[in-house]
Design a protein around this ligand. Structure first.
Ligand SMILES: Nc1ncnc2c1ncn2[C@@H]1O[C@H](COP(=O)(O)OP(=O)(O)O)[C@@H](O)[C@H]1O
Ligand SMILES: [Mg+2]
Length: 447
């Protein structure tokens, strides 16, 4: 009796111990206990799972099979063994799963006739069969697929990364893979940031303001919602347009600035401002637009010309800005072709796409374009409880689920005040006299 009591006490104590371990230090618990159990069960159940998810193929194999032989006089059937060809279900070969920060990853050899899309189609089935949060499919080389399973949503809580100190690079959040989500204007110059209200668009703009404030860049804001979003950051902004008139003026300034820099580069024989000598490079300008649609909507006919001007100027900035250090970050609830042809053309120039939670499928389609349909499904499945979660696509053709760090308006505002002295004045930027500068640039080398 007392033995049983001891056994029960030990079992209860170890259960509590395991629970506490899992609760207080999940990563080590996962590595030591959770992952090995998971790996064994995945390997053991792979045949059944692959069969259930239609990932197996029929193959002919030589095999010993039992076939009924003669019926003996006693009425008992004599069973004979025979070596013959039979058809069997073959499962894709699976390597040993490897633990990752949020789950595990495993490489499979695809069977003949299979493509990675077959596995992507089965991803949801696999996730349910394995009881994990999600399964993502990638194919690093022909014939292989890597399935990455996440046991829980890594984006339900994201820890901050240290601030990036590189020019025009801002770490704004974390990708689903655990890697930092970096907005790098030098590699992807223009961005579209779409999402319904309360989806986290402004939060991302705050993160950009906070990240760019200490850097030697000029920030310019377009905020036609009366300036409520960007006015608090005005100490760090070099220019801010809050009415349509100001908007037209500011865009004209930007076009002139671009023309000046174009002349500068041409004279110096440089293709873009980054090829100029380092101490001669003009200051990069990041243009933040809140509620893009406001730039295109007109209250009445009288605004038609201004809207047309705005649209053309913005498009020119997008087309030529990259080489001359002018970068766009456009936020909007809807970025649809119904706003006018200018929007579609602008969208084509923005290779960086961010789609937060959206209300209508068209906005997701418009923002993410012709990406993998799974990206669109994923965008539409973003729940309202996790603002800041978005689907991010940039030039590498891959898409990721990501979540921005929470940056309150106060935090961004305080950064704007702290670094107010780093805001170059707009007059200095637009009125920069390049003639002196041109004299100091050596003639481009011939040959
Ligand atoms: N990454 C995030 N993490 C946590 N909370 C967030 C995040 N992004 C946004 N939020 C919350 O969601 C609310 C709405 O975000 P906001 O950026 O104002 O949305 P939008 O500009 O799209 O309307 C904010 O008040 C903020 O509290
Ligand atoms: Mg907002």
């Amino acid at each position: 009796m007392s033995d049983l009591l001891i056994v029960l006490t030990v079992l209860a104590a170890s259960a509590v111990g395991l629970w506490a371990w899992r609760r207080w230090h999940y990563p080590s618990f996962w590595l030591v206990i959770g992952y090995p159990l998971m790996a064994i069960s995945i390997r053991a159940s792979w045949r059944k799972v692959a069969l259930g998810c239609n990932l197996t193929k029929k193959r002919q194999r030589w095999w010993f099979t039992t076939v009924p032989g003669l019926i003996e006089s006693t009425g008992v059937v004599r069973v004979r063994r025979r070596f013959q060809r039979v058809s069997v279900d073959t499962k894709p070969f699976m390597w040993l799963p490897k633990p990752t920060r949020y789950g595990w990853r495993v490489t499979l050899h695809m069977l003949e006739g299979q493509i990675p899309a077959d596995y992507a189609d089965a991803a949801e089935r696999l996730a349910h069969s394995w009881g994990v949060h999600a399964v993502r499919v990638s194919s690093p080389r022909p014939g292989r697929v890597i399935l990455t399973a996440t046991t829980r949503d890594p984006l339900s809580r994201v820890e901050r990364f240290p601030i990036s100190s590189e020019l025009l690079k801002v770490t704004v959040g974390r990708l689903e893979t655990g890697a930092p989500w970096v907005i790098d204007f030098r590699t992807v110059p223009h961005w579209m940031n779409a999402g319904a209200t309360q989806s986290g668009k402004s939060n991302l703009a705050n993160a950009l303001v906070q990240g760019l404030a200490p850097q030697p860049v000029a920030l310019v804001g377009f905020d036609l919602k009366g300036g409520v979003e960007f006015t608090p950051y005005s100490p760090r902004l070099s220019a801010l347009a809050t009415t349509r008139r100001e908007c037209v003026g500011l865009l004209e300034d930007l076009e002139e600035l671009m023309a000046d820099r174009m002349t500068l580069c041409r004279t110096a024989g440089a293709r873009n401002i980054w090829q100029l000598p380092e101490d001669r490079q003009p200051v990069p300008v990041v243009v933040l637009v809140d509620e893009l649609a406001e730039l295109y909507l007109m209250a009445d006919k009288s605004e038609k010309d201004e809207v047309a001007k705005t649209s053309t100027a913005l498009l020119r900035v997008a087309q030529l800005g990259r080489a001359f250090g002018i970068y766009l970050f456009c936020c909007g609830q809807r970025i649809g072709s119904d706003l006018g042809p200018g929007v579609t053309a602008l969208r084509a120039q923005c290779s960086g796409r961010i789609c937060h939670r959206v209300n209508d499928p068209e906005t997701a389609t418009m923002t993410l374009g012709d990406l993998d349909p799974a990206a669109l499904d994923s965008a539409r499945a973003i729940p309202a409880e996790t603002p800041g979660v978005a689907i991010v696509a940039s030039q590498d053709g891959q898409w990721y689920r990501a979540r921005s760090f929470y940056v309150s308006e106060q935090a961004a505002e305080s950064a704007a005040h702290t670094y107010a002295d780093r805001a170059p004045s707009w007059a200095d930027i637009t009125g920069a006299d390049y003639s002196e500068l041109l004299g100091t640039i050596p003639e481009p080398r011939k040959g």
